[in-house]
Design a binder for this molecule. Structure first.
Ligand SMILES: [Zn+2]
Length: 195
């Protein structure tokens, strides 16, 4: 996969270059790679694969931990000259309207995966193939992956990219997202230690 465009992006965490990549699922919403200025693909690169969450990333919703994870990842990646992939797969791939609909079902007592299934959607439709192709375009071969999600680690099996280690990325639980975090831990085996 080749990038469509790249440009400089100074941020409050430091200087980045941003690369845009075609999103085969949705042409109007390209994936982004934020590459720290001193990044060197020959080293072991700190990587975060972040799936878009409009409500969490922009509005700092307390229903999930996405916004806090994004902040922590940007800080860490800036410090360690890494790469953040911002994948346009809102609401675990179901889209914003379905996600808001699922929130209503959650308010009636379903967990996040049950709510998606009730709507006839995949519990977690995220794909990591595109992310792996982007890392390859950036000539990355060895990574330290910021994640709590074992599915993301498994996605790298036979990818040609070696995971040197997992770096936990743990947000502080709050009253509103405690059940959501427990569900990620208990239903999907996320590696969350502070619950
Ligand atoms: Zn979220």
């Amino acid at each position: 996969m080749e990038h469509l465009i790249k440009t400089q992006l100074p941020t409050e965490w430091g200087a980045f270059e941003v690369f845009a990549y075609q999103n085969d699922e949705n042409e109007a919403m390209p994936h982004l790679a934020l590459v720290s200025k001193a990044f060197n693909p020959e080293e072991i690169v700190t990587v975060r694969i972040h799936s878009e969450c409009l409500t969490g990333d922009i509005f700092k919703s307390k229903r999930c931990d996405c916004g806090e994870q994004l902040n922590m990842a940007m800080k860490k990646i800036s410090e360690e000259n890494g790469v953040l992939l911002y994948m346009r797969q809102e609401g675990r791939g179901i889209g914003i309207v379905n996600k808001l609909n699922a929130y209503n079902l959650q308010d009636e007592g379903m967990n996040t995966y049950e709510a998606n299934q009730h709507l006839g959607l995949e519990a977690d439709g995220r794909q990591y193939h595109g992310a792996i192709q982007i890392l390859k375009d950036l000539h990355i071969e060895r990574i330290n992956l910021l994640t709590n999600n074992p599915m993301k680690i498994h996605a790298f099996n036979d990818s040609g990219i070696f995971i040197n280690k997992r770096i936990p990325i743990t947000a502080l639980p709050n009253k509103e997202n405690k059940f959501y975090l427990h569900t990620k831990k208990n239903v999907k085996g996320h590696l969350i230690d502070n619950l």
